[in-house]
Design a protein around this ligand. Sequence first.
Ligand SMILES: C[S@@+](CC[C@H](N)C(=O)[O-])C[C@H]1O[C@@H](n2cnc3c(N)ncnc32)[C@H](O)[C@@H]1O
Ligand code: SF4
Length: 333
Amino acid sequence: MGHCSLSNNQLYIHSSGEVYTCSFLQNKPEHVLGHIGKESLQEIWNSRSRLDFLESHNKGNPGHYCQKHQQDFLCHKISNQRYFNEDGNLKRLDIMLDSACNLKCIMCTNIYDRTGGLKSEFFWLNNKEVFSSIQEIELVGGEPLISPYFPRLVNLVHDLNPQCRWFATTNAHFDLKGEIVSSLLKANFESLSISIDSLKKSVFEKIRVRSTFEKVYENVFAIKRLISNIQINTVVQLDNFEELIPIYRWTQEHDLRFYPILLQYPDTYSLKHLDDRIKKKWIMGVMEENEDLKSKDIFFFIKKFLAVDSVRTDPEIKMSYLRQLEILGKLYG
Ligand SMILES: C[S@@+](CC[C@H](N)C(=O)[O-])C[C@H]1O[C@@H](n2cnc3c(N)ncnc32)[C@H](O)[C@@H]1O
Ligand code: SF4
């Protein structure tokens, strides 16, 4: 098992109010550390269940789910772990404000399930100490920015702790006004990720069911005027794989960061169903273009794709990947 430092510094609050070490463990009863309706975050942090989890984690034996997620998603290598260290203080909260969403994307793995955990006044009244000292808060969902708990949390934490760094991932499918704008301005957003799965209206709306493309597209630029560091998340899947490079170029034109995510689940939309000849032509083209573009994010996407896809054994792909490694491996390791 790879080393994972999350359990040294983070708690994850599920929309049900259950607390875990990280979101990958949600809905696994054996990994519940406590409940925000009954215990303060500090109590959960000091609880026997969390300390036991920490100990088994640090011994490299945290159990089946961690091993599986490390294999499938390299979760232990996610970039935000650069902030973490071994001092054992609670520094980061990952909070699923609500599992509800205004869209119904075809590939979404989010489960709309037990929610309403943040209704508990106990949570809002008994965590002053943690809210005053926490260094980072990440909001996840469902759609976090339309939740009424978004402005409530921003107001509470900001008054106690204006230095706290905020992160969120959003579908940006809302009217950008009122409390959403004031909360985005008030919170000290280090980065906001916006999901754009296509730049073609028909494809975007096919993937992001119930959405209107123009609403999100316009919001990207309107939000960028409020928060300078915007990342575009693209889930690369059967309907949009040919847009990988065009979306990257678009982000570069508009001073946006790019984070392509290889869809692995649900299986129906995975690139593994593509005809091998089409897949080969596509990934060879991506590698060729990236020799000039030299994008770190595309390089890591290629690495991930070839780690899981059967085309990796093709001799021409191997040659092309070696060239990619030679050019970009030197830059990015
Ligand atoms: C679950 S969403 C929640 C935030 C927000 N509702 C949104 O769509 O951005 C978080 C991120 O997961 C991505 N995502 C959705 N389905 C996925 C899948 N099957 N595999 C990997 N990522 C996925 C979304 O595109 C988004 O960037
Ligand atoms: S907008 Fe986000 S949470 Fe909602 S269905 Fe799409 S990916 Fe899932």
